[in-house]
Design a binder for this molecule. Structure first.
Ligand SMILES: *[C@@H]1O[C@H](CO)[C@@H](O)[C@H](O)[C@H]1NC(C)=O
Ligand SMILES: *[C@@H]1O[C@H](CO)[C@@H](O)[C@H](O)[C@H]1NC(C)=O
Ligand SMILES: *[C@@H]1O[C@H](CO)[C@@H](O)[C@H](O)[C@H]1NC(C)=O
Ligand SMILES: *[C@@H]1O[C@H](CO)[C@@H](O)[C@H](O)[C@H]1NC(C)=O
Ligand SMILES: *[C@@H]1O[C@H](CO)[C@@H](O)[C@H](O)[C@H]1NC(C)=O
Ligand SMILES: *[C@@H]1O[C@H](CO)[C@@H](O)[C@H](O)[C@H]1NC(C)=O
Ligand SMILES: *[C@@H]1O[C@H](CO)[C@@H](O)[C@H](O)[C@H]1NC(C)=O
Length: 601
């Protein structure tokens, strides 16, 4: 079949001079040329873009990337850093919603996720933080594979980066030791000068014991406060689509197809006693459309993200037999671990009012004339206020060890180079509960980046067009409520420092005022009523040691009990890094590409 297809195409070329459009972007599967693929990648998002580029670079293998969403190229909201959240609740957003969360007083929260080429790297905040050395060393310990350690991954971390993040005050060269400058992905420190910048940097001196200046929070030890790079280059977002896949789209061995929803994977045979999964069943984005099948000759790689990859596995008969049989799905590989250990980092926003004459980003949100001027400027030369991607500084701290519940709890962090909470700054009113039409604000966001709560992804329907049941179990463990409490109190200590109150921060805003007045219990109660997601779904198809029964993937990301199938996305993390998930996904995918190449026939 393989040779036949080539023979056919060759004779077409010879006899008619017709050149099939190899190496291109197709709007539908029916437009694809007649050819076979060594690798089929399900999901053209953050990880899928990395794999599509790397697996085609030596030219020896044909690769197809299948994406459910569309090409974002003509959508300016995917390019302008300040417009990131304008992609939320559009057709480019999966609009995932959790099940009711007991830890959040029964609230359900939306987890926005990119449904387009580049996936969430085309949409969410552009944070580029790796996490601590211990995060990756723990991956190595859990999997028994030292290739996942920080030291072994550092070359991959550098390989990704086209890093030009000179520290804005020119005091520190962030590039020299830990970063790469020849990789595909443009990374820099957002070029907009926020009013908060000098206050925050000054606070690292005034409050040096609690918030010591860290010249590079991605050097392996993230603790302290420092500049936070973003996936921005020349004033525009850089994503796995714009910087990994699109630049190589004309490779003759790469095809990318959009508007195509993978409905399940199909067993194509057996190898020894194991089912081989090289079949990919797909539809258009219309649920009632016909299902068709394409087979990979070598591997299928699921990169649909930590929410949809376990869903696709379950729809394909790989999951908990009791869940699957209840929905009439035949179990091929009974593994109750599929969808377990799912987690995300809970986030709480502390909002402060700022002196009236300070030009925070609120002025562009509140004044349409100013925003229009800023947009016109961005369109001319990609400069001005809309290059603001934020957060531009971050702080990473550990919980105290001598107070409850920390003095009696197991430490959920990977180790001493990792924070329990992260503070991120936004020079604007940033709340999901309320909006305002006037005033100037600073929002200090606490993320519980070493959470203790774990939930699950499961399915309640056999239809691939119904979303899975998403349960991050936010604040399920009291430990996480206490972590948010510590972050809120640390934010208040910072916000009330001389550096921050000197012609800048005025006072806490809204419900925070009373909670800070009343103390710990009131802060914890506010955390339960207002916290939400940081859009970092992870862990639902986790890697473990070879032959382990406490996970879904072996250390080379192959799905246990199958042949021909891997998962490469944030679901594979054995333990979520104490960081935004974007950089860890790129890191995982870069090594995954080499693992896949090493197994090539
Ligand atoms: C997400 O929600 C928006 C607003 O309701 C809707 O227009 C869009 O189609 C949704 N996205 C998907 C993939 O259904
Ligand atoms: C930051 O500290 C420097 C040195 O003390 C001082 O000159 C400057 O005014 C401070 N900036 C702000 C915004 O407080
Ligand atoms: C693809 O395009 C790039 C620049 O756009 C060019 O340098 C390269 O030679 C092209 N490759 C192929 C295989 O056409
Ligand atoms: C995929 O493989 C299966 C099993 O070998 C085969 O029955 C089926 O016809 C193949 N489908 C296509 C579209 O090649
Ligand atoms: C909005 O900004 C424009 C341009 O600077 C200014 O002329 C106008 O007064 C502002 N409007 C309000 C309501 O502040
Ligand atoms: C833990 O700290 C609390 C104070 O927050 C204290 O009351 C309690 O006795 C401590 N428990 C232990 C076992 O040290
Ligand atoms: C998922 O978590 C919920 C809440 O903890 C639990 O009730 C449910 O049984 C779990 N489902 C699976 C399939 O593990």
């Amino acid at each position: 079949m393989f040779t036949l297809a080539y023979a056919l195409i060759f004779s077409l070329i010879v006899s008619t001079g017709f050149q099939p459009a190899f190496g291109a972007l197709y709007n539908s599967m029916t437009d694809l040329p007649l050819r076979s693929y060594d690798y089929i990648i399900v999901g053209g998002g953050t990880a899928g873009g990395v794999l599509g580029r790397r697996l085609t670079e030596d030219g020896s293998k044909n690769v197809l990337v299948i994406e459910a969403g569309a090409n974002p190229d003509d959508i300016i909201e995917t390019q302008i850093p300040f417009y990131a959240t304008k992609n939320f609740f559009t057709k480019r957003d999966w609009n995932f919603t959790t099940v009711s969360q007991a830890g959040l007083n029964g609230r359900a929260v939306t987890i926005n996720a990119g449904r387009m080429l580049g996936g969430s790297s085309s949409m969410t905040q552009m944070v580029w933080i790796r996490g601590g050395k211990d995060d990756y060393d723990l991956w190595a310990t859990v999997t028994g594979d030292s290739g996942w350690s920080w030291d072994a991954l550092l070359p991959y971390m550098k390989k990704i980066e086209h890093f030009s993040a000179d520290n804005p005050d020119n005091s520190v060269d962030m590039v020299s030791t830990y970063h790469g400058t020849n990789g595909p992905l443009g990374i820099t420190i957002d070029a907009w000068s926020y009013p908060s910048d000098p206050h925050i940097i000054n606070a690292t001196v005034e409050l040096a014991s609690e918030f010591p200046f860290n010249p590079d929070v991605s050097s392996g030890n993230e603790l302290g406060m420092g500049w936070s790079p973003s996936t921005i280059e020349n004033g525009a977002r850089s994503s796995s689509w714009t910087h990994y896949l699109r630049p190589v789209i004309n490779r003759t061995n790469l095809d990318v197809v959009i508007n195509t929803h993978v409905t399940r994977l199909l067993q194509t045979g057996t190898d020894g006693d194991k089912p081989v999964f090289r079949g990919v069943e797909y539809a258009t984005s219309v649920p009632s459309s016909n299902r068709n099948v394409i087979n990979a000759t070598h591997e299928v790689i699921l990169s649909a993200g930590a929410i949809m990859s376990p869903q696709i596995l379950m729809l394909s008969g790989i999951g908990s037999r009791s869940t699957l049989s209840g929905l009439g799905i035949q179990t091929i590989v009974d593994n109750p671990e599929v969808g377990q250990h799912f987690h995300d980092h809970p986030r709480f926003a502390s909002i402060y009012t700022v002196a009236d004459d300070v030009p925070t980003m609120d002025i562009y949100i509140q004044n349409a004339t100013l925003e229009a001027e800023a947009l016109a400027q961005w369109k001319v030369d990609r400069t001005g206020p809309l290059v603001a991607g934020g957060p531009k500084q971050m702080s990473f701290s550990r919980n105290p060890t001598d107070i409850a519940p920390f003095n009696t709890s197991q430490d959920p962090s990977s180790g001493p180079t990792c924070g329990h909470y992260q503070l991120a700054f936004a020079d604007q009113f940033a709340s999901e509960q309320t909006t305002v039409s006037s005033g100037r604000y600073l929002t200090i966001i606490t993320n519980a980046i070493s959470q203790a709560s774990y939930g699950n992804i499961t399915i309640g329907s056999a239809s691939p067009f119904d979303p899975p049941l998403i349960n991050p179990n936010f604040l399920g463990e009291y430990y996480d409520v206490a972590t948010l409490r510590e972050g809120v109190k640390a934010s208040q200590r910072l916000a009330s420092s001389k550096s921050m109150t000197d012609n800048f921060v005025m006072s806490p805003f809204g419900n925070l005022v009373q909670a800070l007045d009343q103390g710990d219990e009131a802060i914890e109660s506010l955390a339960r009523s207002e916290s939400t997601t940081t859009w970092q779904p992870m862990g639902s198809t986790r890697m473990t040691r070879a032959g382990g029964t406490d996970g879904v993937l072996d250390p080379t990301l192959k799905v246990f009990g199958t042949v021909g199938l891997r998962v490469v996305d944030a679901g594979a993390f054995p333990h979520g890094p104490a960081a935004s998930s974007q950089a860890p996904v790129y890191i995982l995918a870069e090594r995954a590409a080499d693992l896949i190449k090493a197994d090539a026939p």
